[in-house]
Design a protein around this ligand. Structure first.
Ligand SMILES: [Zn+2]
Length: 240
């Protein structure tokens, strides 16, 4: 009899527990953000407001306070169209998870990635699509601390298709020729200087080789910004 009573208590407890968990899950689901950028939202945003939003999103990332999202709701809400606010051109480095870095969800930003975050014809074409066709108003060229591609370019690595890729970073090394001190990859400060000059050079290349984006920038419809991602903290510093 006692065993039956215990069994009944156990079954009853499990039922209560299950009900509580289900209620919690329901509760939490309603706390998830399902907001996506609409055409009207995109039209109302200014480049300055978008950059401010990227900075605030990065602050949430640094503070481990990312927006909880209902990704499936965002997937459904964006299936018929996209109105992203920006395109981020980033290195492929696995430690730079771009959407998370800016606390962005489905449909919020375009991301173009290539080792060493330079621009070529294809990345420029992607950027023209993002801005002139899809309406994004900000282009961010984002380098990062201790970039392996930049280090390999400094070391003069030659290997397969990597050789031609690293040639694109060469101008940044030339721009840093006046650096006082150890100009080798053993010197993190020097590597950071080359990373930042690579961003500056990439912005200049974009202005020179994409008349479409250069004109959007002249008209104030698009802002091109440089940025640096700190591997130790996750913080993004916009280069002024
Ligand atoms: Zn890199």
């Amino acid at each position: 009899m006692k065993a039956i009573k215990n069994l009944f208590t156990l079954v009853f407890s499990v039922a209560i527990f299950t009900a509580c968990v289900a209620q919690d899950a329901q509760q939490n689901k309603t706390d998830l953000s399902s907001d996506v950028i609409t055409q009207d939202d995109q039209a109302a945003l200014t480049p300055q407001a978008i950059i401010q939003g990227l900075k605030e999103g990065n602050e949430r990332y640094v503070n481990n306070n990312l927006t909880p999202r209902d990704y499936q709701a965002q997937v459904k809400a964006t299936a018929k169209g996209q109105y992203p606010e920006a395109i981020i051109i980033s290195c492929v480095d696995s430690r730079v998870p771009v959407e998370n870095v800016f606390d962005k969800g489905v449909g919020d930003i375009f991301v173009a990635r290539v080792a060493g975050n330079f621009v070529n014809e294809d990345i420029l074409g992607s950027s023209e699509f993002a801005t002139a066709v899809a309406g994004s108003k900000v282009v961010v060229i984002m380098g990062h601390e201790a970039c392996g591609a930049v280090k390999a370019a400094i070391d003069g690595v030659e290997m397969g298709n990597i050789t031609a890729m690293l040639d694109k970073i060469e101008p940044a090394i030339e721009m840093t020729a006046g650096y006082q001190g150890d100009r080798s990859t053993a010197n993190n400060d020097y590597v950071t200087e080359v990373v930042n000059n690579n961003v500056v050079n990439t912005i200049a290349e974009m202005r020179k080789n994409s008349p479409i984006i250069a004109e959007l920038e002249r008209n104030g419809e698009v802002v091109i910004a440089g940025a640096f991602y700190d591997l130790d903290t996750g913080k993004v510093t916009f280069l002024e």
